[in-house]
Design a protein around this ligand. Structure first.
Ligand code: GDP
Ligand code: ZN
Length: 317
C-alpha cells in the first residue's frame, strides 16, 4: 500500500503526489471514509497524508488518470489541521488544510494598516491549532523614519510575546532568501489581508507560481466548495506552501472565555502564579498576568487584545 499527500481537492476529485516527488495524479475516495467524532463535511483535506491503491484496471507501465484514478483508502493521523465552521446553523465544519509546519502572517507598516487586535486573533487561532506562527513584515523598501519607529515598537510587542518577526520586501527581494530557506522541507500556510503583498511575496519566493489574487467572498467560503480555494504549491527550491484567499479564509475558532489566555504565550507563562484558578486576569487580586502588564513584561497592546476577546467571546464562532 502506498502513501501520498493531498495537493488539491475539487468536488469529489483529489490530486495527490507521492512524498519527495511532485508527480501529481488524480484520486477518488473509496466509499465513505469518515473521521471518528468529526462533523466535517470533507473527510480528506489539502495536506493530508493518505494511503491509496492503484486502480485495478491499470496495465503495467500505465499511469493513473482521471479515467483510472487512484483510490484513497485511509487518511493517516494528522499532526494538526485548520477548520472553517459554517456560519449557518447546520454546525458543519470544513477542514481546510492539515499537517502544517508553520503559518506565515504577512503584515506591513505601510498600507494597509496593521490592526493589532485582528493580528492577535489570528495568532490565537494559530496557537489553538498548534501551528507555529511567524510574522512577516513586508514592503520594508518603502519605510521612512515614521515607519521604522512603528516597526521597532511592533517588534518589541511581538518578540516579547514569543513570535519571530521577519522583515522582507517582495519588490527588492530583501529578506526573501531567508523566508525561502524557512520554507524548505516543510509545509507553510500564508495569510494576510488583501494588499499587504502576499501574492507578490509568493511570486518572489518562486516566480513560476501564479497565486490567485483578490479577496474571495464570504459566500464562496461557505459550504462544500471551500476546499477548491486551497491548494498546495511546491517551491522550486524545496518546500510546500498553501495560500489562503484573504485572511477571512483562515477562520477563527471557538475558545472558552477561561481558555483564551492560554493562547497568549506570554500570559500562559505567568498565569500559573495567579492567586485564583481559574483567573480571568481582569479584576482578581494577586493576578500574575496583571502584575506582569504593570511591570511592562506583558505589552499593554496584547493585554488590550486579550480583554477585547474576552468581551467579544460568543460573538465569534
Ligand atoms: P496581496 O493582496 O496581499 O496579494 O497584495 P499584492 O501582492 O497584490 O500587492 C499589493 C500592492 O502592494 C501591489 O501594488 C504591490 O505591487 C505592492 N507591493 C507588494 N509587496 C511590496 C513590497 O515589498 N514593496 C513595495 N514597495 N510594494 C509592494
Ligand atoms: Zn490572573
Amino acid at each position: 500500500m502506498d502513501t501520498a499527500t493531498v495537493v488539491k481537492h475539487t468536488g469529489s476529485h483529489y490530486l495527490l503526489t507521492e512524498p519527495e516527488r511532485w508527480d501529481l495524479f488524480p484520486a477518488v475516495l473509496r466509499g465513505r471514509i469518515r473521521l471518528k467524532g468529526s462533523s466535517a463535511t470533507n473527510p480528506v483535506a489539502v495536506g493530508d497524508k493518505v494511503r491509496f491503491e492503484r486502480p485495478s484496471g491499470l496495465l503495467p507501465g500505465e499511469n493513473m488518470s482521471v479515467e483510472n484514478p487512484a483510490v484513497i483508502t485511509e487518511v493517516l493521523p494528522r499532526k494538526n489541521y485548520i477548520i472553517r465552521k459554517s456560519t449557518n446553523l447546520s454546525r458543519q465544519s470544513h477542514i481546510i488544510a492539515a499537517n502544517l509546519d508553520r503559518s506565515f502572517i504577512v503584515v506591513t507598516m505601510d498600507y494597509p494598516e496593521v490592526k493589532l487586535p485582528f493580528l492577535d486573533r489570528i495568532l490565537v487561532t494559530c496557537e489553538v491549532y498548534g501551528i507555529p506562527a511567524v510574522i512577516v513584515v513586508n514592503k520594508i523598501d518603502l519605510y521612512d523614519a515614521g515607519h521604522k519607529e512603528m516597526l521597532t515598537a511592533f517588534r518589541n510587542i511581538y518578540e516579547n510575546a514569543g513570535y519571530q518577526v521577519k522583515e522582507v520586501s517582495a519588490v527588492t527581494g530583501e529578506g526573501v532568501d531567508e523566508l525561502r530557506e524557512m520554507c524548505r522541507g516543510s509545509l507553510s500556510l500564508f495569510s494576510g489581508v488583501s494588499g499587504v503583498g502576499k501574492s507578490s511575496l509568493i511570486k518572489a519566493l518562486d516566480p513560476s507560481l501564479e497565486p490567485k489574487t483578490g479577496e474571495i467572498s464570504e459566500a464562496h467560503l461557505q459550504g462544500r466548495h471551500t476546499t477548491t480555494f486551497y491548494e498546495m504549491y511546491r517551491l522550486a527550491t524545496g518546500g510546500y506552501i498553501i495560500d489562503t484567499p484573504g485572511i477571512r479564509g483562515f477562520g477563527l475558532v471557538d475558545v472558552a472565555k477561561e481558555e483564551i489566555a492560554l493562547y497568549f504565550p506570554e500570559m500562559l507563562k505567568v498565569a500559573g502564579e495567579c492567586r485564583f484558578a481559574p483567573c480571568t486576569h481582569t479584576h482578581e487580586p494577586g493576578c500574575a498576568v496583571k502584575a506582569a502588564v504593570d511591570a511592562g513584561e506583558i505589552s499593554p497592546e496584547r493585554y488590550e487584545s486579550y480583554l477585547g476577546m474576552l468581551e467579544e467571546e460568543g460573538k465569534y464562532r
